[in-house]
Design a protein around this ligand. Structure first.
Ligand code: ZN
Length: 203
């Protein structure tokens, strides 16, 4: 399975990293080695001094599809989740400056937290979901999916032009503002509409 990630999908986060507002979604892939195993701590890799949390709403693909029209996109996912796209910001910056791919900064072991899944039917509108990340019990990132530049169904349409979506693939829909460095002993908890979907310790 693959993890398809969207970058720069919230205006406030584009501003904080001083990125240009994209005309198309920024898309990258994390490979399955990046998935943080259940109940495991997140270990900061030794090649980075600036690993950032990025909390993101997740979508799990439940049906094979390619060239999916946004009108039908909702038929390709049944569950919504929350996770973290851990990013070695220092490594990413070096790679970006050279115009090189980002995998070393984004797809290292443990860099993808996937929390518990919630049936989409439990929500009245996936485009109006509050979510937040708490670090050591303080809220560090908070947003609502209505603030996405590209909504979930538009993302499914866009990425399926390039990649066949397979059962079990996960889409990371982008992070809002508030990204920041993690250090050893930080405790990170993610909430989607006040349901706690993950809790991890940084080592
Ligand atoms: Zn991200």
């Amino acid at each position: 399975m693959k993890l398809i990630c969207i970058g720069r999908n919230y205006t406030d986060h584009i501003k904080e990293l001083e990125n240009e507002k994209p005309t198309d979604p920024v898309v990258f892939i994390k490979s399955d080695n990046a998935i943080l195993l259940k109940k495991q701590p997140f270990f900061i890799p030794d090649f980075s001094n600036d690993v950032h949390h990025e909390v993101e709403v997740l979508v799990k693909i439940t049906k094979l599809g390619k060239h999916i029209d946004k009108k039908f996109a909702h038929k390709y996912y049944d569950q919504i989740g929350l996770g973290i796209d851990f990013t070695a910001r220092d490594v990413q910056k070096q790679l970006k400056d050279k115009g090189l791919p980002w995998e070393k900064a984004k797809s290292f072991d443990g860099a993808a937290v996937i929390g518990k899944w919630v049936d989409k039917s439990e929500f009245s509108d996936v485009n109006n979901l509050n979510f937040r990340l708490e670090k050591n019990s303080s809220v560090v990132q908070t947003a609502n999916t209505s603030l996405m530049l590209w909504k979930i169904d538009e993302i499914v349409e866009y990425v399926s032009k390039y990649f066949t979506l397979k059962i079990g693939d996960v889409i990371f829909t982008g992070t809002p503002a508030g990204v920041g460095r993690v250090v050893a002993n930080d405790k990170l908890k993610g909430f989607l509409e006040d349901r706690e979907l993950f809790s991890i310790t940084v080592k």
